[in-house]
Structures are given as C-alpha cells and as structure tokens.
Design a protein around this ligand. Structure first.
Ligand code: NAD
Ligand code: IPM
Ligand code: MN
Length: 363
C-alpha cells in the first residue's frame, strides 16, 4: 500500500508562493521516483491578501481545519499594507502556539557548493543544529502599553519563561545531542537578564546533571554571536531562547549560504498536532513577483518534512540534490551569484532527484 501524506499548504505572501511551488515540485518528484509514498496537497489562500478582504489572516476555524493534516508547509507571511505584528500574530505565530510547536529546528550546515562569506572555512566546520524555543520567552506576546501617545507613555514587553516550557526544550536538546553523539551549547544572557537568563541557565545545569554523557557549553548571546562568525566549529547542537534563536539563525543563514538556503521546522514532538515546515526567510517584498527568489530554503524545509515523516533516505537525497545543483553552479538565483530564475532552480533540483532510481533501502 502506498503511503499518502496529507499536507496543508499555506503559501502566504510575497515570495512564499513562488518558492513553495518548487518545494512541492521536488516532493512530487521524490514520491514519483520512489513509488512507495505520495502527497496530497491542500492549498489554503490565507495571508495578507485574504486579510484585506476578510479582516483576518486565516479562517476563524483555521486551526481546526489544519488539525487533520500530517503537516503544514508554509511559505511566508507579511506584506506592506498590513502591520507586521498583525499578520504574524494572526497566522504564523497562531499556528506555532496553537499547535504547541515548541521546538524550532534550524540546521546551520554548510552544504557542498554553498557560498560562504567566511574566509578559509571548510564545509565540515559549519554543521550545527539550532534548537530554538518556539512557544514563549521573549515572544510570548505579553505586555502593556500605558498612557499611549502621551509624553509619559510606558511600554512593557514581558518575557515569559515557564518551568515546563524551559525544561522541555532543553530536555529535547539533550536527547538530540545524546542521539547524535554531539556536544550541546546553551545560549542565554544570564548576566543582564537577571530573572529569565538566570533561570534558563539554572534549568540547563539541572538537566545537564541527567546527561553526564553529553559534553556541554554555555555562552552569553553576545559572545556566541561573535563565535558564530569567528569560530563556528565550536557549535554542534545549540539550544536557545525564542528571540536569541531568531536572531542567531539569520546570522547562521548568512554564514551558511544565505537566507535563500536556510530552512526551519516547527515541531510538536508529541505529534498531537501537525508540525509545520517553512523557509526561515520572510516574504521578501523587495524581490517578490520577479521570479528570482531562491527556492532552496523551501526545498530544504521539504526535506525536513520527509525526515519528520521518518523517511531519512529521501530527506538526505533532497539535500544531496541541492548540493549537486550548487556544486554544478550554472543554475542559481541572483542571491547566490547566478542569473537563473526560481523555477529553473526548482527544475534543476527535481531533475537531479529524478536521475536517481534506486536508493539504498532494501528491495
Ligand atoms: P526577509 O527574509 O523577507 O528578507 C530579508 C532579505 O533577504 C531581503 O533582501 C530579501 O530579498 C532576502 N531574501 C529572503 N529570502 C530570500 C530568498 N528566498 N531568495 C533570495 N533572497 C531572499 O525579511 P524582512 O525583509 O525583514 O521581512 C519581510 C516581511 O516578511 C515582513 O513582513 C516580515 O514580518 C515577514 N517575515 C515573515 C517570516 C515568516 O513568514 N516566516 C519570516 C521573517 C519575516
Ligand atoms: C522567523 C520569523 C518570525 C519569528 C517572525 C516573522 C514572527 O522571523 O520565523 O524567524 O521571529 O519567529
Ligand atoms: Mn526570523
């Protein structure tokens, strides 16, 4: 029996639809080449255009509609004309929080052929997995705006660090480090953030005691940002808070091929709700509609989806296909120094996958 994966597609705004089209193409190609699985994609028209007509970013029962899918594949949300805090809180963040996707997996790995702005850095020297807390922390959305518009106005943005929320992401990271036989680095700010930073570090130490086999490091975020650039090989598995993870993974993207290549997975480890796969970049209004967005990040996140479904072989194969296209080097979008279009890059990856008929699994 062929396994059918049901995937909800929220292409969203700007370059979102342009890059997801290529990811979907590659997933279909993988399914076709393998023969034992397939995809059924259901498209949801949610995003800023929907908002301008309906006054909301997604249907009122949107989460209910998404619940029955095996995964959500998301392009990007946000576009000039709708305030960013509205578009993001009513779609992306609503799904991450509503589906308890408290783990955000962001690989920072220098693939073969990817452009690296750091001098003299070899491929194996940038290979980390950033595990970003994805449900609370600095992005809990709590606070207040007092005396708005008056000279004495006061704005409060409250970080929320629950014991449950902090323990579960750190524990997840320790499990991952143990499974992969790698070191684990915690990144926080326990000097200036005298409540949340201190608490985070304390929980990290408590849980570390349960994993004596895992080598650990702890960095302040400012120093960590510096080492990401100067000595990225220090980091293997990294666990950090919502805000720091957001910033550090754009920095990570920059050292490992650019925003056009960086992928992310929003995981609900209990599988009580669907998990969501997306490029970590936004809707890129500056290049939207020109057909030149790099689809490789969206394609890498499709690979993460397959890995989450337990199909490690195809997850790896897609990454190899991305590498083949980058190493060959003649079909790349302008952000990678090429002159090709989004569609050409998607076709090149799909062709590279199509050339492989037999994988190394048992027949
Ligand atoms: P952005 O990631 O959209 O763009 C930053 C820069 O990177 C731009 O110059 C853009 O052209 C470039 N870039 C990004 N993706 C690229 C790709 N695939 N190929 C080539 N170049 C690419 O970030 P921004 O400009 O800060 O935000 C734009 C909008 O996207 C805002 O509304 C923001 O809130 C939203 N946003 C959404 C998400 C999401 O949906 N996951 C993530 C980040 C930002
Ligand atoms: C990301 C994005 C989002 C985040 C924004 C758009 C809310 O920057 O996925 O990195 O900060 O989580
Ligand atoms: Mn971000």
């Amino acid at each position: 029996m062929k396994k059918l994966y049901k995937v909800a597609v929220i292409a969203g705004d700007g370059i979102g639809p342009e890059v997801l089209r290529e990811g979907i193409k590659v997933l279909h190609k993988a399914a076709e080449a393998d023969g034992s699985f397939g995809f059924e994609f259901t498209h949801f028209p949610w995003g800023c255009e929907y908002y301008l007509k309906q006054g909301r970013m997604m249907a009122e029962d949107g989460l209910e509609q998404l619940k029955k899918f095996d995964a959500v594949y998301l392009g990007a949300a946000g576009y000039p004309g709708v305030p960013d805090h509205v578009s993001l809180w009513d779609l992306l963040l609503k799904i991450r929080k509503g589906f308890n996707q408290y783990i955000n997996l962001r690989p920072i790995r220098l693939l073969e052929g990817a452009p690296c702005p750091l001098k003299g850095v070899a491929k194996e020297q940038i290979d980390m997995l950033v595990i970003r807390e994805n449900s609370e922390g600095e992005y809990a959305g709590k606070g207040d705006w007092l005396y708005e518009g008056q000279p004495h106005e006061v704005v409060l943005q409250t970080g929320v660090f629950s014991r449950t929320g902090t323990e579960r992401v750190i524990r997840y990271a320790f499990e991952e480090a143990r499974k992969q036989g790698k070191s684990l680095t915690s990144i926080s700010k326990g000097n200036a953030m005298n409540y949340s930073g201190v608490f985070w570090d304390q929980v990290f130490e408590e849980i570390a005691a349960e994993y004596p086999d895992v080598k650990t490091y702890s960095y302040l975020v400012d120093a960590a940002a510096m080492f990401f650039v100067k000595e990225p090989w220090r980091f293997e598995i990294v666990v950090t808070t919502n805000l720091f993870g957001d910033i550090l993974t754009d920095l990570g993207a920059a050292i490992a091929g650019g925003m056009g290549l960086a992928a992310g997975a929003n995981i609900n480890p209990e599988r009580e709700f669907p998990s969501m796969f997306e490029p970590i970049h936004g809707s890129a209004p500056d290049i939207a509609g020109k057909g030149i967005a790099n689809p490789l990040a969206a394609i890498w996140s499709a690979s993460q989806m397959l890995e989450f479904f337990g199909n490690k072989e195809w997850a790896e194969r897609i990454l190899e296909a991305i590498e083949e296209v980058m190493v060959e080097g003649s079909v790349l979008t302008p952000d990678m120094g090429g002159t090709s279009r989004t569609e050409d890059v998607g076709n090149a990856v799909a062709d590279s996958i199509g050339n492989v008929k037999i994988l190394n699994h048992a027949q």
